[in-house]
Structures are given as C-alpha cells and as structure tokens.
Design a protein around this ligand. Structure first.
Ligand code: G
Ligand code: MN
Length: 380
C-alpha cells in the first residue's frame, strides 16, 4: 500500500491530467472514494467511447514520486450517455454501475452502459430483503468519545454488507446507489436504522447516533429519496440524531440543501460535515452551512507528530470552531499518542480504532451498558 499522502498527490495529478485533456465544453469533478466525474460534450456513443478511453488511459499514465519510488495506479472508467432530461444523480448512478462492470472485468479498462434502466443496476429488492433478513446487511456502530473522560458521547452508524462472495461492502460501495432507489431502499432501511440506534438514543443517559447521508436525501423529506430520513425522524428522538453530510452533498444543490439543513436543525437534528478539511472549499462550506459538528478527516490525525503543519492547522481549527460554537470530532485515532496530542490541541471528541472499532450495534450497546469501554478503559 502506498501512504496516503502519495495517494492524495496521485489523485491530484490525475485531476490535473483530466482537466488538461478534456475537450472544450467538458468538465471534471472530483467525487469521494477516489472517483472523478467527467462530462464530455459529445453526442454519439462511439465518439464518446474513444474520448473516454483516451482520458482513462491518460489518467492511468499519471505518475507521482512516493517515498519508495514512482507510483501510478490502474484506472477504470464507466461511460454513460445522458440526455438533457436526466439528472446529475441518476447519471452518476448509471456511470457507477458501468464503473463496477469495468472493475469486475479486471479493471484498468472502460465499460459502457447504454440505456439500462436503474432497477436493473441496483441489487434487486429481493436480494436486499434477503440480506437484511439473514443479517448479511447490517448497521455497525463505532463509538465517538470525549477524549478527556473517554466516555462515549455518540456512535456513528456504518452500513456493512457481507456479500455471498466474501466481499465486504462499506457504505461507499452501495449506499450511494441504494438511497437513490426508493422502491428498493426507503421502506427497508428505517427498521434497521431504528433498531441500531435505539439502545443509544433512548434510556436515562442517551447518546447520539450519526448517520451518513447523501445529497439526494437532503433534496427534501417529501421526495421518495428523503422518505427514509422522514421516517427515521418520526421514530427516533431528533435531538439524538446527527446527520453526517459528505462533501458532494454540499456541491450538488447548495440552496435546497441549506434550506433543508435549516429545517432539520429547527427540529433538533444536528448536522455534521464529514471528512472535514479534505475538500477544496472547506471554509466556504463552513461559511454557508449552519453545522453543529465537524468531523476532522483522518489524514490530519495521521500527520500529527511530523512537520508540525497538522498541529498548526488543527489548533486554528479548534479556535475557529470555538468561535462558531461547533464541536470537533477527530476521525481515525489509531494510537494513544494521537489522542493525547489532539486533546492538547483542544479537540474534545474523537473516534478511531484505538478508541473502539466498528462492531454490531448490539455489541457496543452491551459494552457501553456494562460500563466497560473496550481496550482503552482496560489499560487506563
Ligand atoms: O469518514 P467516514 O464516515 O467515511 O468514516 C467511516 C469509516 O472509517 C468506516 O469504514 C470505518 O471502518 C473507518 N474507520 C474508523 N476508525 C478508523 C481508524 O481509526 N482508522 C482507519 N484507517 N479507518 C477507520
Ligand atoms: Mn462518516
């Protein structure tokens, strides 16, 4: 595995390569999970296919220098032809399906999807139902602790799908797809989500549960994509629900997202910005979006104890957060040393393998109820 910094520079190099190479009228966007969205102003499938393959090959040829020599990566691409009436989310969904097809065929290649209807690209409803019934598809939770007291203040709900072929899919692998398919997802997920969160958000000392949401969920609670959230908020106390918004959600439809966030906050729901610090416009988002919590991306934690740059950035972020009355949660804490440094900088909350790994909600509920707090309380 290459280190994160090299990986990040490689992604930037790929972005630069794509930006230089796309034809007039095209556009490049960086999505999460190392994906890029490239719009090509072309009409026919064949013309698009050769342009896409050229860009893919250029991207795969991007090279950066890492600590152990030159690094490049295979690049897969999924191509779809959209028409004027197709929305962005739906186009991404279809392109993701094509991308998956390219990866399943060995990767480092292009795959194209013509006009497959969406329901065929998503796991069929029966497959999802079966996965939920057999508990192959479950919510895990990971505790979020007050770093000083080491008491949990909340848990993050993380979907895991143990596929029959042995592959374990995290939310990035399928949630983006599922939450855009109301007929498959919306009436199935609230039960799971409520079950996972209930032991934490109820009782005499409730703690919050965070859910990761995508842009389409925030288009409106009355829309099909938003229905699972609407139901969740009817069945769980909104004051103990935190929604983690990923970067792309904020880019897609800023005005409607802001309005939606405001109405959710009026009901007591708290809003977190996930992976904070990795986006190109973190401060701009902070200015526009009324949020309660920032989840500091794990790359900052990883960089502690090095050149001192992370410490300097985090210290000013702590001051900024205090001024804006925003809580900070550091992600990806893997050592006690990191936890101590973060506390010293003034970051109050943390999450990471050192503090508690993601596990089934019932397991964490039992451990929290027992007052035993995993390996951390065992040796301190
Ligand atoms: O930011 P995001 O919501 O994507 O983070 C959730 C993911 O981070 C989960 O898949 C979880 O397993 C992973 N994760 C949690 N704690 C740690 C950690 O300490 N180190 C690393 N590398 N990953 C972690
Ligand atoms: Mn998250």
């Amino acid at each position: 595995m290459q280190d994160y910094d090299t990986g990040d520079r490689l992604l930037k190099a790929v972005a630069d390569t794509l930006r230089r190479a796309i034809p007039e009228g095209g556009a490049v966007e960086r999505l999460e999970s190392g994906r890029f969205l490239v719009w090509l102003p072309l009409t026919g499938m064949e013309e698009a296919r050769s342009a896409a393959e050229r860009l893919r090959a250029l991207a795969a040829g991007s090279v950066v220098e890492g600590p152990r020599g030159s690094v490049s990566r295979p690049v897969s691409a999924g191509l779809v032809v959209t028409d004027a009436g197709e929305g962005r989310a739906r186009a991404i969904l279809r392109a993701d399906a094509a991308l998956l097809r390219a990866k399943r065929r060995g990767g480092n290649r292009l795959a194209a999807v013509g006009s497959l209807p969406i329901p065929m690209l998503a796991p069929p409803r029966a497959e999802i139902e079966e996965a939920i019934a057999t508990r192959a598809l479950v919510y895990h939770v990971q505790p979020i602790l007050n770093l000083a007291s080491r008491r949990p203040v909340g848990v993050e709900a993380l979907l895991r799908w143990n596929r029959p072929d042995g592959e374990v899919l995290g939310p990035a692998g399928f949630m983006d797809t599922l939450d855009r398919i109301p007929e498959a997802g919306s009436d199935l997920f609230p039960d799971m989500a409520v079950e996972a969160a209930t032991p934490f958000v109820t009782g005499s000392t409730p703690i919050y549960t965070t859910f990761n949401v995508t842009g389409t969920v925030l288009d409106g609670l009355e829309k099909p994509e938003g229905r699972w959230l609407a139901e969740l908020l009817e069945r769980l106390p909104p004051q103990q629900v935190v929604l983690e918004i990923v970067e792309t959600a904020v880019v897609v439809c800023p005005d409607t997202t802001v309005a939606m966030i405001e109405s959710l906050r009026a009901r007591g729901v708290r809003i977190a910005l996930d992976d904070f610090g990795t986006g190109l416009s973190s401060l701009e988002r902070l200015r526009r979006f009324p949020v309660d919590l920032l989840k500091i991306d794990r790359t900052f934690v990883k960089g502690l104890g090095g050149s001192g740059r992370e410490e300097a950035i985090l210290a000013s972020l702590a001051a900024l957060a205090q001024g804006l009355d925003i809580d900070l949660v550091a992600e990806g804490i893997e050592t006690e040393e990191q936890a101590r440094q973060l506390m010293g900088i003034g970051i109050r909350y943390g999450q990471g393998f050192h503090l508690g790994r993601p596990a089934r909600a019932s397991d964490w509920a039992a451990r929290i109820a027992e007052g035993a707090f995993g390996p951390v309380s065992a040796h301190r």
